[in-house]
Design a protein around this ligand. Sequence first.
Ligand SMILES: *[C@@H]1O[C@H](CO)[C@@H](O)[C@H](O)[C@H]1NC(C)=O
Ligand SMILES: *[C@@H]1O[C@H](CO)[C@@H](O)[C@H](O)[C@H]1NC(C)=O
Ligand SMILES: *[C@@H]1O[C@H](CO)[C@@H](O)[C@H](O)[C@H]1NC(C)=O
Ligand SMILES: *[C@@H]1O[C@H](CO)[C@@H](O)[C@H](O)[C@H]1NC(C)=O
Ligand SMILES: *[C@@H]1O[C@H](CO)[C@@H](O)[C@H](O)[C@H]1NC(C)=O
Length: 673
Amino acid sequence: MISKLVLALLVLLRAALLSCQGTGFAFNGFSSSNLPDLDGIAEVTPDGLLRLTNGTRQKAGHAFYPSPIAFKNSSDAPLNSFSTAFVFGIIPEYPTLSGHGIVFVVAPQKGFPGARPSQYLGLFNETNNGNSTNHVFAVELDTIQSTEFQDINDNHVGIDLNGLDSAIAVPAGYYPDDGAGNKFQNLSLISGRAMQVWVDYDGAKKQVDVTLAPFKAERPSKPLVSLTRDLSSIINDVMYVGFSSSTGSVLTSHYILGWSFQMNGPAQSLAMSKLPSLPRIGKKPVSRLLTIGVPVLCISFAAVLVTGLVYYIMRKRKFAEILEDWEREYGPHRFKYKDLYIATRGFRELLGTGGFGRVYKGTLPSSKMEIAVKRVSHDSRQGIKEFVAEIISIGRLRHRNIVTLLGYCRRKGELLLVYDYMPNGSLDRYLFNQPKVTLNWTQRFRVIKGVASGLFYLHEGWEQIVIHRDIKASNVLLDAELNGRLGDFGLARLYDHGTDPQTTHVVGTLGYLAPEHTRTGKATKATDVFAFGAFLLEVVTGRRPIETRGGEDVILVDYVYSCWNNGGAIMEAKDPNLQEGFVAEEVELALKLGLMCSHSEPDARPTMRQVVQFLEGDVPVQELSSSLSISSSGLRFKSKEGFDEFAMSFPSSTDKGFSTTYSVADSLLSGGR
Ligand SMILES: *[C@@H]1O[C@H](CO)[C@@H](O)[C@H](O)[C@H]1NC(C)=O
Ligand SMILES: *[C@@H]1O[C@H](CO)[C@@H](O)[C@H](O)[C@H]1NC(C)=O
Ligand SMILES: *[C@@H]1O[C@H](CO)[C@@H](O)[C@H](O)[C@H]1NC(C)=O
Ligand SMILES: *[C@@H]1O[C@H](CO)[C@@H](O)[C@H](O)[C@H]1NC(C)=O
Ligand SMILES: *[C@@H]1O[C@H](CO)[C@@H](O)[C@H](O)[C@H]1NC(C)=O
């Protein structure tokens, strides 16, 4: 009586305990907090995979839900319905060679002591396999064909009752609900890809359905395999659920990614997005990545690095410039080489080549201002500081008849001078050698007056006296309105410091050099006036100061003087290109002024102030001849003084140009012929 009561109490207690623990569970990935009971070589990986086997040979691994589950309402009651779903992955070491499979199992205890790995799948051994006292229900995902258990192939799904001779087995695959006749699709269990399995036992129908599908695929409505059998005699009232897996001689890893189980209802759907991912299949691709990919990556990276570095260095070198401390005070006058390089698009558009260097056209990107950049080579560091200082002070000159120097840039062995761009080029293009366009008299006279006014500003209009040193038609540039502007300042200085031995001491240009200049080497306002005289005669006659005509050297001053001396027929000297529309008085004035400025005695030459007054008509023309005498003797060079010094400037050159120049100089200096 008492024992019956105790038994009833115990039954009640157990039922309460079981119902407390619930009749279902779900694992979306595994962790140490919800760890199933493990044995053998099974473990949970840090990223949440349940790994039943870890690649060791001839081993088995088990994982069980820790608590027992009531499958019946009492020990003699019929079996209740149950349902489970799980996602698994089998990763073989070699893609085509299979190890052994995975089994979902319902068993009377957690684990199988004495069971064997390999084809026994860690469930049975040769003595107890198939014994009805085992009470084991299993669904095998078998990847090896074991003939001793009548396996159909090496890729099948079977339902096992107490033993490994499956009650029913079919090739692995599924019937997708694709609306195209639900045709069977093979699935390879050892593909290394995750797949989902559903096992459902219907207690009323007494039917087991096993369904397989690829990972994340919809559950097919048609199961892969069904078995109608009352499992009540196999499954006890209280059982454990879990997995078993075993390895044989081929290394294989078995993983469970997620698992749910439910009594008397469908198992919870697994949250696919939460499941951990399988490791990549095989070790080969990884090692290939390491042996080929990583070195290739490293080499590519190194190549990119080296290329970048080389590019950087080359760029650095390309745009290198010299900036010394003393130059910092020139701030805005100092241009960056890179900016000039960009402005001239890599020095592409050549405007002209002069004695000092090449001139390129450019446009400043910031202001869209057009510029001319002159590249002057210099080898000596000596004197560069003074020169730059002079350049900068000249850069402060502002006059409408002077080409504005905007700034400079200095590199190794090279100086770049940045000027306002003069769209119409230099004056000599319009005067000599059958020009395409000539200037009419009004234009020429305006240029003459402009240059005179510019030179006057240099001599007297600024805080310092500036001697230009190199006045000539090719150094007069024409702006957009054809105004004459003086350019190329200070280059005579650079010339001075230059290293070309042939040009040392020659300051200015032959034919424009005043006789006392070659004698003393000193540039004065009067030497500038002399050069201006030569320039005046050039513009009016359209001839160069020294020309070779019919094998003879013609000195322009002598020619004009001879015309004037010849009964006052000075007008004959004018440029034959000046057809009509010229003002005879102005032409005569210009020619006479030219002769006066070319006087060999510096004191006899007018000043630029006087020149401007004459040109502007402020002083009557009649006074011209009386105030300053033009005499034959004054225009001729009386002494050979200075010749030796001058000759030394052209040391033993065999160059044709120089020997010609030499003979010209000789005749120029030799006095009257
Ligand atoms: C597999 O697991 C066993 C037992 O935990 C361990 O001794 C062995 O080193 C593991 N092997 C690999 C390849 O991880
Ligand atoms: C067992 O009990 C549960 C709930 O108490 C009930 O839903 C189920 O139908 C019962 N099973 C059988 C076979 O009577
Ligand atoms: C087989 O398994 C049973 C129980 O699991 C055990 O008692 C028996 O010793 C095993 N037999 C062998 C040969 O290992
Ligand atoms: C089944 O197992 C039981 C207990 O382990 C044993 O007594 C019995 O002889 C076995 N039956 C067969 C057919 O091997
Ligand atoms: C499925 O696999 C079997 C055996 O490996 C093969 O005979 C059959 O042609 C395959 N069917 C499809 C649709 O791939």
